[in-house]
Design a protein. Structure first.
Length: 122
């Protein structure tokens, strides 16, 4: 049974490169609102995006917002803030690392898959 705090978690957030964000927006994932602190549920990461900006947005999506149920993040972007991704242990939002057009998925780098392997003693 869902707790009261998690009933509002109805959105997906995305941290990705331009192609990933474009695809997700075309699929209907994007939301833009006037509510302070909840303006957008996505961030487009390019060569100018600093690690500090990534950490700040990761913190906003995972800790400050109560409407995010799933955070999709390109794996190559998660690598830039790996410590923060690996140490996030809350059940919500679920963090899923996804591939991008130019960076294939590597299961050895996926923090969720590594936790599952540890749980099963592999």
């Amino acid at each position: 049974m869902a707790s009261e705090a998690n009933k509002n978690r109805t959105l997906m957030a995305v941290m990705g490169d331009e192609d990933t964000i474009t695809g997700m927006l075309l699929a209907g994932v994007g939301q833009v609102s006037n509510i302070p602190g909840k303006e957008k549920n996505f961030i487009t990461v390019d060569g100018k995006t600093t690690d500090e900006e990534l950490e700040k947005n990761f913190d906003i999506f995972t800790s400050k917002r109560d409407d995010i149920a799933i955070l999709l993040i390109n794996q190559h972007i998660a690598e830039r803030i790996r410590l923060q991704v690996d140490t996030f242990t809350n059940p919500f939002p679920a963090i899923l690392e996804i591939p991008s057009k130019d960076h294939p998925y590597d299961p050895e780098k996926d923090s969720v898959l590594r936790r599952v392997r540890r749980l099963f003693g592999e």
